[in-house]
Design a protein around this ligand. Structure first.
Ligand SMILES: Cc1cc2nc3c(=O)[nH]c(=O)nc-3n(C[C@H](O)[C@H](O)[C@H](O)COP(=O)(O)O)c2cc1C
Ligand code: SF4
Length: 490
């Protein structure tokens, strides 16, 4: 079987937009309970998207307020704030919630969204933990600074060169010889992990049990998530979404690739153990006032990774534990990421699993539209079959009303999320609701936005840049991109 399906460029079909009355009757615009205390006015949802607009210290900026305020103007049922770091460690211009000093800024963000949505949008925040990943090193630097010459290298050099003297040679000689080797030679002498660190940049895994801080993750993460959730409550958020998806720590615990031997890896039950402990800690701390759910993968889309079978198991356990919702995504892993350039970091949305996460029009025959909803259907069917009513949020290539409505009617999910379409046109839910769907600026699914994310640049949409409006004040530092979507009068 070919691992490279033929790619074709798909077109985004014309949409038949509903009238105002049709929209009012549509399932998508009916209210939904997300747990006992939080009700969304409808089933539209803007999932988390990092905009690269925080300060380097992780604080909320004016740009953040504009970004989230602009989404709020479209009055989605739920808006989820970007993956926000639960530790008090530097992570570039991404939001953080790892200390009480972040609360006042986050409170301003909550107030902005409340006011610009006229109280209609429920605001959640996605809480993330991630492990360290280094940029791809220059080879010279890698051998001089990062690699510790070992018996393994000496043994394999002696075999490669047919010279037993290598077994006794000093470190500096080993480094010099390693630098001379071509790819085939390096593949014989370095360990697979060292090769990966050289070619992609060193990346920690939850299975690195020899590292004390990795071994200790189950001991520290429940408290870190709990503290972050308390701060989210103090800032006034309506809910927290625990980030159990994509390439990050908690998803790695859930993954089939998690072979930890400390009771937190291996079997499905053991892989679900830490996510459940995190959920219980957060739920006990804030669950009487906020919605507490997670984002998780319906399929990892990598070799040896978890599939929908695993997702069904986790969803059942999370629902039985009392989770208020699950939001499903797919793929987005480091394991199949493209090799970065020297000095850049690997980006988990560049390989096949990345395409499954944010599918573009350049796709296999199934195309990008609603690509992952059938997986949500399977997960939801398992829940309902077990008598569990936890709402399921579906996403992936939703760029029109009919598709969203049909997904709900079919029972694929209870809420339909749209990330890029909402970026292209933050007012699109409102336009559809008002029977003015013909005015929707439709996402092209070509991932200009995602390329900016990959470069750690302020995310914008290519379509905003081509719309002339008088209020254009905010432009990116390169002077070419506007930072906020053009205005629309409801
Ligand atoms: C610029 C950008 C940033 C994103 N950041 C996040 C994030 O912080 N957390 C997350 O769970 N997903 C993130 N995603 C993935 C989206 O939430 C969504 O799952 C994905 O884009 C597929 O949905 P769509 O087809 O509606 O765009 C991001 C997507 C984009 C385009
Ligand atoms: S940049 Fe392209 S893919 Fe991203 S939201 Fe805009 S139109 Fe859609």
């Amino acid at each position: 079987m070919s691992t490279h399906p033929r790619l074709v460029v798909h077109t985004i079909p014309q949409e038949r937009w509903p009238t105002r009355d049709e929209a009012a009757r549509a399932l998508w615009f009916q209210p939904i309970a997300l747990g006992p205390r939080v009700h969304a006015r409808n089933r539209t949802w803007v999932p988390a998207m990092v905009p690269w607009r925080a300060t380097d210290e992780g604080e909320v900026t004016q740009d953040n307020l504009q970004w989230y305020g602009r989404f709020a103007q479209g009055k989605p049922g739920v808006l989820v704030v970007e993956a926000t770091g639960i530790r008090d460690v530097p992570s570039g211009p991404l939001l953080r919630i790892g200390h009480d000093r972040f609360v006042p800024g986050l409170r301003r963000l909550v107030e902005e969204v409340r006011s610009r949505s006229e109280g209609k949008t429920r605001l959640f925040i996605q809480l993330i933990d991630f492990l360290s990943i280094r940029r791809r090193p220059d080879a010279e630097k890698f051998f001089d600074r990062f690699l510790a010459p070992s018996g393994h290298h000496r043994e394999h050099l002696s075999l490669l060169d047919g010279d037993a003297a290598w077994l006794e040679r000093p470190d500096d000689d080993v480094r010099v010889r390693l630098k001379q080797l071509d790819d085939a030679g390096l593949e014989r002498v370095l360990t697979p992990r060292e090769l990966e660190s050289l070619r992609f940049g060193a990346r920690e895994r939850v299975t690195d049990m020899e590292l004390p801080h990795i071994r200790a993750l189950p001991a520290v993460l429940p408290q870190l998530f709990e503290d972050a959730a308390r701060r989210a409550r103090a800032a006034g958020f309506d809910g927290v979404e625990l980030h159990f998806a994509h390439a990050y720590t908690m998803a790695s615990f859930l993954s089939r690739l998690n072979t930890r031997d400390d009771g937190y890896g291996g079997s499905l039950e053991e892989r679900a153990r830490l996510p459940l402990e995190v959920f219980h800690a957060v739920h006990a701390a804030v669950g009487d006032q906020m919605a507490v759910g997670c984002r998780m993968l319906s399929h990892e889309a990598i070799e040896g990774g978890s599939t929908e079978e695993d997702a069904r198991f986790f969803a059942l356990h999370f629902a039985r534990a009392g989770m208020d919702f699950i939001s499903l995504s797919k793929g987005g892993k480091f394991e199949d990421a493209r090799q970065p350039k020297v000095g850049e970091s690997a980006y988990p949305y560049t390989g096949r699993s990345g395409h499954e996460c944010m599918p573009t029009v350049r796709s296999d025959e199934r195309g990008p539209l609603g690509r992952n909803l059938h997986l949500a259907h399977e997960v939801r069917a398992a829940l309902r079959g077990a008598g569990l009513q936890m709402p399921v949020v579906g996403a992936g290539g939703v760029v029109g009303f009919q598709m969203a409505e049909e997904a709900l009617q079919r029972g694929d999910c209870d809420v339909v999320a749209a990330a890029r379409q909402s970026l292209a046109d933050p007012d699109w839910f409102l336009k559809v609701e008002h029977g003015r769907g013909a005015e929707v600026r439709r996402c092209k699914l070509t991932n200009y936005c995602e390329a900016l994310d990959q470069k750690h640049k302020k995310v914008t949409c290519q379509l905003w840049d081509h719309v002339a409006v008088p209020d254009e004040g905010e432009v990116a530092r390169d002077g070419r991109r506007r930072l906020v979507a053009p205005q629309w009068k409801a």
